[in-house]
Design a protein around this ligand. Structure first.
Ligand SMILES: NC(=O)c1ccc[n+]([C@@H]2O[C@H](COP(=O)([O-])OP(=O)(O)OC[C@H]3O[C@@H](n4cnc5c(N)ncnc54)[C@H](O)[C@@H]3O)[C@@H](O)[C@H]2O)c1
Length: 272
């Protein structure tokens, strides 16, 4: 259901790789709600992903950018303001990648140059995005910047590996830059901490399907699907949330506040 919540707004969406990507659903919902957007992803994703198809669907130009490259980010935001006809009102950072996870290195056998690359891609890129927007004066007054994160920043999930520290850093950047962009431009910066979701990045984690099922049972509302995450992102981009900033917002069906759930105790279930 569309409510024109983003009518007249201009946005940049990072990280749509294929139909399963959370950013893909967000781009679709932005379009439905009346926003004009540009799409971006790493140059390599242009070859392997399906972003062209999404571009046609939501009438968006695609501007390749490696989110770790300041030069690429400058080009992205300069071109986006030209194409969209003004400053950017909202940005979604939906980027995550760990070489140690991808290559199956355990947490106690990390390769440190890979770890640094993980931090650069998954967290420092968020600082780079905000600093570039700020330096180019490319973000509108009362704009909204969002990044997607995971609760492994606060609690231990052993197979999430160094992505846990990456997300902790990402969330800290949201708070710190949220201050600077807030006082200078009334721009809000938040992270949304999403349930496990079946995507390329998600399913790269060891034992993901089993963990997905566990979290689904632990959460009173069940795991939040990607479509619902997109709805939440839309509200955060809209003018209805103008005073929410520097927050880590859980979008997880209640998982983050659970201790135990009878749903995970087979004996209790049988007696009930
Ligand atoms: N899937 C989950 O279970 C889950 C849960 C909570 C949070 N998240 C977060 O949601 C975000 C989106 O992930 P997703 O689950 O939709 O998976 P996804 O694999 O569809 O998206 C990850 C994206 O990051 C992009 N990317 C990687 N390196 C990049 C670079 N150098 N420059 C620019 N883009 C780059 C990829 O091309 C891809 O589009 C990530 O931050 C992820 O950590 C995912």
């Amino acid at each position: 259901m569309a409510n024109n919540l983003l009518a007249g707004k201009r946005g940049v969406i990072f990280g749509a790789l294929d139909e399963a990507s959370i950013a893909w659903k967000v781009a679709e919902r932005c379009h439905e709600e009346g926003a004009k957007i540009t799409l971006t992803n790493a140059p390599v994703a242009m070859r392997f992903g399906k972003i062209q198809k999404l571009g046609e669907k939501v009438n968006a130009e695609i501007i390749p950018a490696d989110a770790t490259s300041l030069e690429d980010l400058e080009n992205l935001f300069t071109k986006s303001t030209e194409i969209l006809g003004g400053k950017i009102d909202f940005v979604l950072h939906s980027i995550g990648m760990s070489l140690n996870v991808r290559k199956g290195r355990a947490y106690d056998n990390i390769k440190y140059d890979w770890m640094q690359k993980t931090f650069d891609i998954s967290a420092i890129s968020f600082h780079k995005v905000m600093q570039t927007l700020h330096k180019l004066d490319a973000i509108s007054d009362w704009g909204s910047v969002l990044a997607l994160t995971y609760i492994a920043a606060q609690r231990t999930f052993p197979d999430y590996n160094e992505m846990a520290e990456s997300k902790a850093l990402l969330e800290s950047f949201a708070r710190s830059f949220g201050y600077h962009l807030g006082v200078q431009k009334h721009v809000r910066v938040n992270t949304i901490s999403q349930s496990p979701t079946m995507t390329t990045a998600g399913s790269g984690i060891k034992g993901f399907q089993e963990f997905f099922n566990y979290a689904d049972k632990m959460s009173p509302l069940g795991n939040a699907p990607a479509e619902a995450c997109a709805d939440y992102c839309i509200t955060m981009f809209s003018d209805l949330t103008r005073y929410v900033t520097m927050q880590n917002l859980y979008h997880d069906g209640g998982f983050s506040n659970m201790g135990m759930s009878p749903a995970l105790l087979p004996d209790t279930e049988e007696e009930a």
